[in-house]
Design a protein around this ligand. Structure first.
Ligand SMILES: [Zn+2]
Length: 64
């Protein structure tokens, strides 16, 4: 693995998952991190809510 670690980064707000939870970090600190993009807990809730709204009201699909 060459010491690289895989960091889960939220693709919405850009926070990264750390031992202390979801935090904003500075990419310059560890440029060799391998990123896996996903949703943090807060953004996941928002995405789930938007998905439900899209199912309920297709006309709101343009809402981002
Ligand atoms: Zn997020």
């Amino acid at each position: 693995m060459n010491g690289n670690k895989v960091v889960t980064k939220c693709c919405i707000c850009g926070r990264e998952k750390t031992d202390q939870g979801w935090q904003y970090t500075f990419p310059a600190n560890e440029p060799k991190n391998v990123y896996s993009h996903g949703f943090c807990s807060a953004c996941y809730d928002v995405e789930v809510m938007k998905a439900k709204m899209r199912l309920a009201m297709p006309a709101m699909a343009v809402l981002r």
